[in-house]
Design a protein around this ligand. Structure first.
Ligand SMILES: O=C(O)CCC(=O)C(=O)O
Ligand SMILES: [Fe+2]
Length: 229
């Protein structure tokens, strides 16, 4: 995908979110992905981290692959657990509001026509992983942009669980990203294969996807999961 333009930042004094959004915009234009350490507002990240690790309502489900009725649960590909985010709680609403502002910014700058956002918490217990995959398949006009944010304090080098982002199908070395609190990773969903290496401790994150106008918005699948996985 190529972008028509990335106009210069507005002359009015930008908020710190706008600075992050602008960096993402520039990185996407240049290379199709962006890695922004400590970029999610700290208060929001801390609060989301508490929410992610609270499973007192038992909302986490085994993640699957594929869409709708083709939805499969194959634990040899991924064995994380996920909980979809809706607007029911005030914190979820804040997260969705933040994603809406990012969407608006990217649409204004890059004319992506992003129209819809879906996201879930993910929990990788020790030993859990997600093998190399792409989030969207060419020509199916489903997911345009992937957004991942991490909710883990003090992630250490031996803790595993890195995201490895490959620049293209041929790349075998990739870029390793530590799932540290507040780090944001954004990339074009069709272009970048990636994987999550086995975590050595509980790893929490939010994975989300922006869809473009005209992309299919499927109903909830039979098992109550949002579509597209
Ligand atoms: O948690 C991550 O680092 C990436 C997760 C992922 O690739 C996915 O859920 O599709
Ligand atoms: Fe993915």
């Amino acid at each position: 995908m190529t972008f028509s333009t990335c106009a210069t930042a507005a002359a009015v004094s930008p908020s710190s979110d706008d600075l992050v959004f602008e960096h993402i915009c520039q990185d996407l234009t240049r290379q199709g992905y962006s890695i922004q350490p400590a970029a999610l507002p700290a208060g929001l990240a801390q609060a989301l981290a508490l929410l992610a690790s609270d499973d007192s309502h038992g909302g986490y489900r085994q993640a699957g692959i594929g869409r709708g009725i083709q939805h499969l649960t194959d634990r040899s590909v991924r064995n994380d657990q996920i909980r979809w985010i809706d607007e029911q709680g005030p914190l979820e609403a804040k997260w969705l509001d933040w994603s809406t502002r990012l969407r608006g910014y990217l649409n204004r700058r890059l004319f992506l026509g992003l129209s819809f956002f879906e996201s879930h918490f993910a929990h990788y217990p020790p030993g859990h992983f997600y093998q190399r995959h792409v989030d969207a398949f060419r020509g199916q006009a489903n997911r345009t942009l992937t957004l991942v944010t991490y909710l883990n304090h003090d992630w250490q080098p031996g803790d595993g669980g890195e995201l490895v982002l490959y620049r293209d199908e041929q790349d075998v070395s990739g870029i390793r990203i530590t799932p540290q609190m507040g780090t944001l990773v954004v990339f074009l969903s069709e272009e970048f294969p990636h994987e999550v290496l086995p975590a050595q401790r509980d790893r929490y994150s939010i994975a989300g996807w922006f869809r473009s106008a005209g992309a299919q918005q499927l109903p909830l699948s039979h098992d109550g999961q949002m579509p597209g996985r």
